[in-house]
Design a protein around this ligand. Structure first.
Ligand code: GDP
Ligand code: MG
Length: 475
């Protein structure tokens, strides 16, 4: 990725394809000059004379054929008037823009040729094609967003559930960053004291001071551990949860999937072995996205297609956040049922006794004790709403529901918090063991640095590259 901020970047900021409106975005010192090559204001004024943050009607035109071959080649693609489209154009003067640089956004009709031509002219006029995520990266490098906020831009774009969006928005507004920075600052204070010669084990200093330092470290440790504990929920709220439906053939797995989706997605027949592939669909349960996976029933079979299906079912089982084990509740458990129940014993799972509309559900079996068990009918819908609530409750602990607490959603943050918490634990251990202040401070420093990675007070090109490469061009 190019590092410099002195060039002007350009990209189509709206999705590929046809749309009512499409936006080409320019950011950098030459934005106005470059945009002027393609923008002719209807008012007749020059683009550089408009007030910042005002919208102007304009024609988009090809510049006169110059010496450059590139411009000539655009002309051959658009013979005639040289008119590309009409547009609304806005100029946002630095630093009051997304990137904190001079930005021009050209809002034309959303045809891909139109947007491509506008981009081409901008590039022929001196702009550089933006790299994926480069606008957001500039916002970060120019100090308008910290790294956790930049990541929240991506989370906002990708959010598929209201809960995920809610967390992304809180993070974008700096809630996570504030909490992290608070903990980090207090650790830096501790370090400053230690470096100034105050030692945790020094007999000369007052207990008050020493205890105060220990208290600060302990407090930071609690904050870090609490944040780390939200990571599991956070990931599920950000990415959704994978729930895999398992059970022997014909117990009603596909019927359950259809019932949960409220559509006839999977083929249901009375013939065992109907589902041979892995079918995946998503539902939103009260703001939590659940990716449901229907699988081939587990059994011994000579059918090679079904064997492959069962192999895939096993693989899906491994990646699941939760397993829904379906059994036919109208008959006693079979050996296949028992085998499956043993296999999922240590996994998060819910057992569903299906077909309750047919007959009285058979008596409780010892194999079902100490498990979450629900009696349902996939056919009539009985018990399904209860199952949905149970699913959600099992997947997220609900700590985000309060609307107050900050949550951690990415593996990168979780990893940094984990290291910080380990270092702080070590520091407290050293204090208790009567170690010298310098030794304690090594761990406190490591913890502060790990926290700094989240907001990027501490950063490396590698971290930046990894984060921004996840974005698409134009963001
Ligand atoms: N009466 C009744 N029949 C059901 C129920 N769930 C599924 N079935 C029937 O059981 C058979 C197998 O269902 P299916 O969903 O294909 O099972 P799968 O093989 O586990 O996916 C079909 O004939 C369904 O109509 C239920 O709750 N009640
Ligand atoms: Mg099926």
């Amino acid at each position: 990725m190019h590092g410099g901020l002195d060039d002007t970047i350009c990209a189509i900021a709206t999705p590929v394809g046809q749309g009512g409106i499409g936006i080409v975005r320019l950011s950098g010192p030459q934005s106005l000059v470059i945009a002027s090559q393609v923008v002719r204001l209807r008012s007749g004024d020059s683009l550089s004379s408009v007030s910042s943050h005002t919208l102007h009607l304009a024609d988009l035109v090809l510049p006169a054929v110059g010496k450059q071959d590139a411009v000539r080649s655009i002309h051959t693609r658009l013979p005639g008037s040289g008119l590309i489209d009409e547009a609304l154009v806005v100029y946002m003067r630095a630093p009051r823009s997304f990137t904190a640089e001079d930005v021009v956004e050209i809002q034309s009709h959303g045809g891909s040729l139109v947007l491509e031509l506008v981009c081409r002219v901008c590039i022929e006029s001196g702009a550089r094609m933006a790299e994926p995520g480069e606008f957001t990266k500039r916002a970060f490098l120019n100090g308008r967003l910290d790294l956790s906020q930049a990541e929240a831009v991506l989370d906002t774009i990708r959010a598929t559930s209201s809960a995920g969006l809610n967390i992304a928005q809180r993070q974008l507004r700096g809630d996570l960053a504030r909490e992290i920075e608070q903990a980090r600052t207090s650790l830096l204070t501790v370090l400053a004291h230690v470096e100034a010669g105050i030692d945790f084990v020094d007999e000369d200093i007052s207990f008050l001071q020493r205890d105060e330092l220990v208290r600060i470290v302990r407090e930071a440790c609690t904050v870090v551990q609490q944040l780390e504990a939200t990571a599991q929920d956070g990931r599920i709220l950000r990415e959704g949860a994978r729930v895999v439906i398992l059970g022997r053939p014909n117990v009603g797995k596909s019927s359950l999937l259809n019932r949960l989706l409220k559509e006839e997605r999977a083929i249901v027949t009375a013939i065992p072995g109907t589902t041979r592939d892995v079918i995946e669909e998503s539902i939103d349960v009260d703001g939590v996205m659940i990716h449901l996976v229907d699988t081939a029933g587990m059994r011994d079979t000579d059918d090679v297609v079904e064997q492959e299906g069962i192999k895939r079912a096993r693989a899906a089982q491994g990646e699941a956040d939760l397993l829904l084990v379906v059994v036919d509740g109208t008959v006693p458990l079979t050996s296949d049922d028992r085998e499956l129940l043993i296999a999922v014993k240590d996994r998060k799972h819910i057992v569903l006794l299906n077909k309750a509309d047919l007959a009285e559900t058979v008596e409780r079996d010892a194999a079902l004790t100490d498990r979450l068990v629900y009696v349902i009918s996939a056919k009539t819908g009985m018990g399904i709403e209860v199952v949905k609530s149970a699913l959600r409750a099992q997947l997220v602990s609900g700590c985000f529901e309060a609307g107050e607490s900050v949550m951690v959603t990415t593996a990168r943050h979780r990893d940094a918090l984990h290291r910080a918490s380990a270092s702080l634990g070590q520091a407290l251990e050293s204090v208790r063991g009567g170690m010298a202040g310098e030794l304690v401070s090594i761990d406190v420093r490591a913890a502060a640095d790990a926290l700094g990675e989240i907001t990027c007070a501490i950063t490396t090109d590698e971290i930046l590259g990894r984060i921004f490469s996840e974005f698409c061009v134009g963001k």
